[in-house]
Design a protein around this ligand. Structure first.
Ligand code: T3D
Length: 264
C-alpha cells in the first residue's frame, strides 16, 4: 500500500485524487490536509487538467477530522484550539475547492461524516454510491458544522432539514440525500467511479472558465439583491464575452461543428 495520503492520477484532462487513509476512514490529519491542498493547487495550476474527481480509498469517503491527530492536541495537555485548526486547515481547503478553475466532483464511495461530508458538499457535484451516507457528526462531539456546513446546508436543504440533520447527527443514506436535493446523484456502487469519470470527461470538454464563473456567480448572488445579481451577471457576462470560448462557441454553432474550448 502507498504511503501517500492523497493519490493523484490523470486520465486525459481528468485528475482523480483519492484520499488514502482507509484504516481510519480517510479522516483528515494535518498531513493529509497538506497533501490534499497541494494536489488541488497542482491541478489548478496545470492547464492540461480540466476536471477533478475526489474519492476515498476503502469503504469510507472521509470521516472528518481525525480525532487522534496531533493537530487536535494542545502542547500543554489542555483543551485543543479547535478554532485554530479550522482556520489553518478547513477554511483554506473549503475556499480552495470553491475557487478551483475547473469543475470538482466528489465521488462519495462510503460514509462521509463531519468535515468529510461538508468537504464533499462544497464540491460542484456530489455523486454517491448507494451504500454511502452523510452524517453531520459534529453535534455528537459538541461542535457545530464546519468546513462550510453552516452556509451550505440551509442553502441546499432549507432551515428545517439543515437544522434537523445538524442537531441530530443522524445518518442520511445516499438515496435520501439525492431525493431531498443534498447531492446531484446516487448510483449503484459498481458504477460510481465510471459515473464520476464520465461526468468529469464531459465537463472537461465544456467551456470550463464559464463553468467556474457560474459557480462564482451563484455563490456571490446569494449575498445580493435581485438588482445586484443582474449587475453581477452583466459584468461577468461582459468578461466572458471578450474571451476565446464565447467566440469559439458561437462560431462552432454557426459552422455546425464541435467547439474546442481553451479558456481557463
Ligand atoms: O479540530 C477539530 O476537531 C475541528 C474539526 C472538526 C471537523 C470534524 O470533522 S468534527 C467530526 C469528526 N468526525 C467524527 O466525529 C466521526 C467519527 N467517526 C464515526 O462516527 C464513525 O467512524 C462513522 C459513523 C464515520 C463510521 O462508523 P463505522 O462503524 O462504519 O466505522 P468505525 O468502526 O467507527 O471506524 C472504522 C475505523 O476508523 C475505526 O478504527 P479502528 O477501531 O478500526 O482502529 C475508527 O476509530 C476509525 N475512525 C473513524 N472515524 C475516525 C476514526 N479515527 C479517527 N478519527 C475519526 N474521525
Amino acid at each position: 500500500m502507498s504511503d501517500e495520503l492523497v493519490l493523484s492520477t490523470t486520465d486525459g484532462a481528468v485528475r482523480t485524487m483519492t484520499l488514502n487513509r482507509p484504516a481510519a476512514l480517510n479522516s483528515f490529519t494535518g498531513a493529509m490536509h497538506e497533501q490534499l491542498l497541494a494536489a488541488l493547487n497542482a491541478a489548478a495550476d496545470d492547464a492540461a487538467v480540466r476536471a477533478v474527481v475526489v474519492t476515498g480509498a476503502g469503504r469510507g469517503f472521509c470521516a472528518g477530522q481525525d480525532l487522534n491527530d496531533p493537530d487536535m492536541k494542545a502542547p500543554d495537555g489542555g483543551a485543543p484550539d479547535v478554532g485554530a485548526v479550522i482556520e489553518r486547515r478547513y477554511r483554506p481547503l473549503a475556499l480552495r475547492v470553491r475557487s478551483m478553475p475547473v469543475p470538482v466532483i466528489a465521488a462519495v464511495n462510503g460514509v462521509a461524516a463531519g468535515a468529510g461530508a461538508n468537504f464533499a458538499l462544497g464540491c460542484d457535484f456530489v455523486i454517491a454510491a448507494r451504500s454511502a451516507s452523510f452524517i453531520q457528526a459534529f453535534s455528537r462531539i459538541g461542535l457545530i458544522p464546519d468546513c462550510g456546513g453552516t452556509w451550505l446546508l440551509p442553502r441546499l436543504l432549507g432551515r428545517a432539514r439543515a437544522l434537523g440533520l445538524a442537531m441530530t447527527g443522524d445518518k442520511l443514506p445516499a438515496e435520501e440525500a439525492q431525493r431531498i436535493g443534498l447531492i446531484w446523484q446516487c448510483v449503484d456502487d459498481a458504477v460510481l467511479v465510471e459515473s464520476a469519470l464520465a461526468l468529469a470527461r464531459r465537463l472537461a470538454t465544456m467551456p470550463i472558465r464559464a463553468l467556474a464563473d457560474t459557480r462564482r456567480a451563484l455563490d456571490l448572488a446569494v449575498g445580493l439583491d435581485y438588482a445586484g445579481a443582474l449587475q453581477l451577471e452583466a459584468r461577468m457576462q461582459g468578461d466572458l464575452g471578450r474571451g476565446h470560448d464565447y467566440a469559439e462557441g458561437v462560431a462552432a454553432f454557426l459552422e455546425k461543428r464541435a467547439p474546442v474550448f481553451t479558456d481557463r
